[in-house]
Design a protein around this ligand. Structure first.
Ligand code: ADP
Length: 345
């Protein structure tokens, strides 16, 4: 999707074609270049070294976490560190079991098969994958009716790296076939500043440290967004003929994009305001909020909510979503419950 087709609300959420092109050049190649996610990186490092020492393929790995945090990058790093080939696909792209057979039978010993959005595999394809993951075998049926015959096909030992934004949606049988699990969490502004500084060098942008931190602060804890904002800041400084990006320039460029000081974009703010204005601050069911915003529920759950929950703008209770006092303060509003209390005083 081109940059021009994206509504301002969705600027932050959607992966653009431009992202895809730049992400290739900005993607870290080795585990050493991968910034942050210390626990996951440390444990993955041990697993990689152990497998290399034993000269064995890695166990199947499940990477989980919100979009843009580095799951695809890690899958490529794993392949690079294991000196293995990687075949990348995604859950929705494998429509039929036949598509999966084609992919699996083309894998060589030690290859990495990366399946993004693995929770979106169809049930039939998923069941087919179980046997491939467990025994490195697949059965396929040829002919029909009384002539039907099952043929066993031995696969080469491969490593499946699955990525998901929703580890909770994975079925138990699929989950149980993974041996290693790594969850990626949002990055700190300092970690993002480091990523931005590295990306700026690759893109040839002269930028100072406070400017990197300013962009880091407003990147929703997400490297993909940090890199994207850096490119927008680069456009801004180029058009205004600034030779070096400082904090003031970065801040002006981000203000122009409607990204506020807490890194919330237009859709984040609309989401919070909808709960405040239409549901008196909540609790509200996610479907009702999605309907009031005319947005897709999945987009809200996968892309909008995780950061708002992490930064305590939002609470999830068993009765629904509730905004917090922090959210009210952000909009310079008084919490609804407080206003009601004041009425009775
Ligand atoms: P995901 O697969 O989780 O959606 P990606 O791996 O596609 O995320 O990451 C998006 C972009 O963010 C990458 O192209 C890369 O440039 C950058 N990135 C992600 N994580 C890191 C990291 N830890 N260090 C440096 N850059 C990163």
């Amino acid at each position: 999707m081109s940059k021009e087709n994206i509504s301002p609300e969705k600027f932050i959420l959607q992966e653009t074609e431009e992202d895809a092109v730049f992400n290739l050049s900005l993607r870290p190649l080795t585990l050493n270049e991968f910034i942050g996610q210390e626990t996951a990186v440390k444990n993955l490092n041990v697993a990689l070294k152990a497998a290399l020492q034993r000269n064995e393929p890695l166990e199947h790995i499940l990477l989980s976490g919100p979009p843009g945090l580095g799951k695809t990058s890690l899958a490529h790093i794993i392949a690079h560190e294991m000196k293995a080939n990687i075949t990348a696909t995604s859950g929705p792209a494998i429509e039929r079991a036949g598509d999966l057979i084609g992919i699996l039978t083309n894998l060589n010993k030690g290859d990495i098969l990366f399946i993004d959005e693995i929770h979106r595999l169809s049930r039939v394809v998923e069941e087919f994958l179980y046997q491939a993951m467990e025994n490195f075998q697949i059965d396929f049926v040829i002919d029909k009716g009384p002539y039907a015959k099952t043929i066993k096909f031995n696969l080469k030992v491969f490593t499946l790296v699955g990525a998901t934004t929703r580890s909770g949606s994975l079925t138990a049988p699929l989950r149980s076939r993974f041996g290693l699990f790594y969850h990626l969490d949002f990055y700190s502004p300092q970690e993002l500043a480091k990523i931005i500084s590295n990306s700026a060098k690759i893109l040839g942008v002269t930028i100072d440290e406070p400017a990197c931190l300013e962009i880091g602060n407003r990147s929703r804890g997400t490297p993909r967004i940090a890199n994207r904002l850096l490119r927008r800041v680069r456009d801004y400084s180029q058009v205004h003929d600034f030779k070096k990006v400082d904090c003031k320039i970065a801040s002006a460029a981000l203000d122009a994009l409607n990204i506020d000081k807490c890194g919330l974009d237009a859709l984040d703010r609309k989401f919070l305001r909808s709960i405040i204005d239409n549901f008196s601050g909540g609790p509200a069911g996610i479907e009702s909020v999605a309907a009031s915003l005319n947005e897709d529920t999945e987009t809200l759950i996968d892309c909008v909510e995780p950061y708002l929950l992490k930064t305590n703008f939002l609470k999830r209770t068993n009765r629904g979503r509730e905004v917090t006092e922090i959210a009210y303060n952000h909009f310079n509003l008084k919490p609804a419950k407080q206003t009601q209390k004041e009425l009775f005083q």
